[in-house]
Design a protein around this ligand. Structure first.
Ligand code: ZN
Ligand code: ZN
Length: 828
């Protein structure tokens, strides 16, 4: 019998009622256990693989694994989208390794090859280990990434039959050098794309084009590999797999692995004595609350992982629990974040497994890098951004035949607050689809160049690269990048490598290097797009749990010089933004109100920054900055109401800026619930009188050139999105606006003006005649009409991209709001 407290109900009672915290529990969901369902090994799976699986304790595959193996053997593009610990690896490895084994019997010993793509180097390294457990030595498995020594690379190209790499290396290293890979590509039977839900937004769109380049080269070498994808549970996995690969795909979604019962609790931290901006009430942070709960769980001997959203938070939670536990239990708590070595991760896995380690605070790096399951409890300090991640993290809890507890601890922001008070949005709503838009011309253009450099592009290739490619080619010719020869093919004309102009994970220029001023040590980089708001002179920069001050941001050389420091404040950039409509694709009439989707130009200039006290957010001072404006052409969703509607809603003109700004903030906060994006993917501008519309207008735009598909998703789901926005504001118990509803931690305008009550009336008016309809699927792009010139307004620039575990607390962000009448926030 497990100790009493390991029963999930008892665990939860011990955290809440027994410790006087019942009021923090907003909902408890009971998820029943699931029985395992097995199937026989499919015919094509080789005996060696079956025997190796038996060694590892797998006598029969689960039914979903067998289904995937059958589809793979039949050459069908297949995506396995099932839960954590459901054995997706075996589902694709068994057919792949069987084929490779058969290939070893060919005369050259390499009659079949396979390529494995992981989003991170660490994951590829893990997979190499896993593949090695399942196959005899004669299948030659090799990593090929930036760390592979030059002398090994030639061996990999000539002899390896299972090559594990990442999309960046495929893009930069393998495809441009395809003649040296010709024997590998000729024999290519399978391409495995692991964790494919991570290929979303602009990154996903880039990867989709890299895969099209791979398919084109394979075809030239006479190969037609089968694509096998593994995904977290997402909506419409087959649609995503098709967008990613360009091939019709079949999804395996019925999870037949066993699961113990799970108790899932929603938890809201208490209000504190502290007062935030404009006197707003402030709740205890999710990370501090997680530190208390972790302390109690470890004290009771419960194996627990806390998922947090930043490296700094991982360290803070572990430190807090260690201090509260004291000797000797403190030694059984650790932090984990990205950047650990494989051996360190193996040690953590082992220690959690054996119970030597009882508590671990981790960033989502753990989600991808470390194989832990079978925990008694999982705490999520803040909503991880998608329901797919939520279930992936919560899925770490529970051993076969034994119950487990998951707790989502709300952060003090509109989205988390909404979720812990609307459990249906988590438990009665399917997980979201992965959003990507490979047709984005900003993404496509450099890949057409890269493809032309690999092999001249012919008309026959254009179908592969999608409908946007044909009109783009003459544009690239005018820019002097491509030239059309008399045979009709397009050639790359430059000396430099075409692939060097494309960074799959960022866009808009070379990244800014962060250099320690005294030592010259390179600490890391930030995306060019985010640099103005995050590493401007005077910014507080966090790196691996240490705090630095930016001494100088050198735009010319793309370097930020920093020194270690310990200021009692964080910084928050203020910016001025104007937005103009370039073209409108679609407009819907909601009575007098209008909802539109189209192309916009956003001009943003960081003009200064605020220093805010760490504990309370109190503003300590403001400094000016002299940085040039930057222009972003992207896609946006926007809505406007008429003067009559404002009259009906009793919103006088002096309340309008605060109403629109507050509605904009909250809608940016809630969009991730509907569009699978993070705050940093999107920005917003609210304008009381926009010259292009002649009306009060609120814009929400994609923070990447050419758009990423998020604003489009917002347009198609506008009714539910804006209804949730209004409900979130209305339900908040504060009087005049707080971080849980309309305040934004990254507001470029210092959260001024904000009018919570008027925002509710404004959104109610907007929604009064909204169509009552189910969410339509994505509509194809329509052709828009040219729009008018720009105007300035309040804006919320997109946040600085956090890599899987960048800092989220105390990082700086762009500001919004240009003219006196406009306000905005930046994400960051
Ligand atoms: Zn509030
Ligand atoms: Zn704002």
């Amino acid at each position: 019998m497990p100790p009493r407290h390991h029963q999930p109900e008892a665990l939860l009672a011990s955290l809440s009622t027994e410790r006087g915290r019942s009021d923090r529990l907003t909902h408890t969901e009971q998820l029943p256990a699931r029985e395992a369902r097995y199937a026989p090994w499919p015919e094509g799976i080789r005996q060696e693989v079956v025997a190796a699986a038996a060694e590892l304790g797998v006598l029969l595959p689960w039914a979903h694994q067998a289904e995937a193996m059958d589809l793979a053997a039949a050459g069908r593009t297949t995506v396995i989208a099932t839960g954590t610990a459901s054995g997706k690896s075996l589902g694709y490895l068994a057919p792949v390794l069987s084929e490779l084994l058969t290939g070893t019997e060919a005369r050259n010993g390499r009659g079949a090859t396979a390529l494995y793509l992981a989003p991170t180097k660490a994951l590829a390294a893990d997979q190499r280990r896993r593949a090695a457990e399942l196959v005899p030595d004669r299948v030659r498995v090799a990593l090929y990434d930036g760390d592979t020594p030059p002398q090994e690379r030639e061996w990999v190209r000539q002899y390896a039959s299972y090559v594990l790499t990442n999309p960046d290396m495929l893009h930069r290293g393998i495809l441009p050098a395809h003649p040296r890979w010709s024997s590998f590509l000729k024999a290519l039977k399978y391409v495995v794309i692991d964790e494919c839900h991570t290929y979303r937004g602009v990154f996903g769109s880039h990867v989709a084009q890299v895969l099209r380049r791979l398919r084109r080269l394979c075809a030239r070498y006479g190969a037609s590999p089968t694509f096998l994808l593994a995904s977290a549970t997402t909506a419409e996995p087959a649609v995503t797999a098709q967008r990613l690969t360009g091939l019709p795909a079949t999804a395996v979604t019925e999870d037949c692995s066993p699961r113990g019962p799970l108790v899932f609790a929603l938890w809201e931290p208490p209000l504190t004595e502290n007062v935030g901006e404009h006197g707003a009430p402030v709740r205890r942070s999710a990370t501090a609350e997680a530190g208390y709960l972790l302390t109690d769980l470890v004290h009771d001997g419960t194996r627990t992982v806390v998922f947090v959203r930043s490296r700094r938070a991982a360290e803070l939670v572990a430190l807090q629990a260690q201090e509260q536990l004291g000797h000797p239990l403190a030694a059984r708590v650790a932090a984990y974040r990205g950047g650990y070595l494989a051996e360190e991760r193996r040690a953590l896995e082992r220690d959690l497994h054996t119970g030597r380690l009882l508590g671990l605070a981790s960033t989502s790096a753990l989600e991808l890098g470390v194989d832990v399951s079978g925990l008694d409890a999982v705490l999520l300090a803040g909503y991880p951004g998608t329901r797919a991640s939520l279930w992936q993290q919560a899925g770490r809890a529970g051993r076969e035949g034994q119950g487990a507890l998951a707790v989502l601890i709300a952060r003090d922001d509109p989205l988390d607050t909404y979720l812990v008070h609307h459990p249906d949005a988590l438990f009665a709503t399917p997980v979201e689809a992965t959003v990507l838009d490979p047709d984005n011309p900003h993404v496509l253009a450099p890949h057409l160049c890269a493809a032309a450099a690999e092999l001249p592009l012919t008309d026959a290739d254009l179908e592969l690269f999608g409908p946007s490619s044909e009109p783009l080619l003459p544009v690239l010719e005018r820019r002097g990048l491509l030239r059309r020869r008399s045979d009709g093919s397009w050639y790359w004309t430059r000396r430099e490598r075409a692939v060097d102009g494309v960074d799959l994970r960022g866009s808009g220029g070379s990244p800014v290097q962060i250099v320690e001023a005294d030592t010259g040590r390179l600490l890391g980089t930030v995306d060019a797009e985010a640099a103005h708001t995050t590493v401007h002179t005077g910014a507080v920069h966090l790196h691996q749990g240490r705090t630095y001050l930016v001494r100088e941001f050198d735009l010319e050389s793309s370097v930020a010089l920093v020194s270690p420091a310990n200021p009692p404040y964080t910084t928050s950039a203020r910016d001025v933004t104007s937005i103009s409509i370039l073209s409108t694709d679609t407009t819907e009439e909601w009575g007098e109100a209008q909802l539109s989707f189209g192309s916009v130009e956003v001009v943003n200039q960081v003009v200064g920054y605020l220093r805010k006290r760490i504990s309370t957010g109190e503003i300590l001072g403001e400094s000016k900055l002299d940085l040039p404006p930057r222009t972003l052409r992207t896609r946006a969703v926007w809505w406007s109401v008429t003067e009559d509607q404002l009259l009906d809603a009793t919103i006088p003109f002096d309340q309008l800026p605060g109403a629109a700004h507050a509605a904009e903030h909250a809608s940016i906060g809630l969009l991730p619930l509907f569009a699978t994006c993070d705050r940093w993917d999107i920005g917003g501008v609210s304008v009381p009188l926009h010259p292009d519309t002649g009306l009060p207008t609120v814009f929400v735009y994609d923070g990447h050139s050419g758009g990423a598909g998020f604003a489009e998703r917002g347009f198609h789901r506008a009714v539910v999105w804006l209804t949730a926005t209004r409900d979130a504001i209305a339900a908040c118990e504060c009087d005049r606006g707080c971080p849980s509803c309309v305040q934004s931690p990254k507001c470029g305008n210092g959260n001024e003006p904000l009018d919570k009550a008027a925002a509710i009336r404004l959104l109610t008016t907007l929604l009064a005649h909204a169509p009552n309809r189910p969410d339509p699927a994505d509509a194809p792009d329509a052709v828009g009409s040219p729009g008018a010139s720009g105007t300035s307004g309040a804006s919320d620039a997109p946040d600085a991209p956090d890599a899987p575990d960048a800092p989220d607390e105390g990082s700086t962000g762009p500001a919004d709001g240009a003219a006196d009448d406009a306000t905005g926030d930046a994400a960051g």
